[in-house]
Design a protein around this ligand. Structure first.
Ligand SMILES: [Zn+2]
Length: 54
């Protein structure tokens, strides 16, 4: 499990890739899946997303 600090400029465009909720620097949860960064609102959404693409 990887949780990195966000260093993206256009944070306002980020949405949780699982549930679509808007993300900001304070609530973003980043996980590396298949070598790529994916953005979520919480570890629960990251788990759901990861389970779906496998
Ligand atoms: Zn979410």
């Amino acid at each position: 499990m990887v949780n990195l600090r966000l260093n993206v400029n256009n944070v306002s465009d980020l949405k949780c890739e699982n549930c679509g909720v808007k993300l900001n620097e304070d609530n973003v949860y980043i996980r590396i899946i298949n070598g790529k960064e994916h953005y979520f609102c919480c570890s629960h959404c990251a788990d759901n997303y990861e389970a779906r693409i496998k």
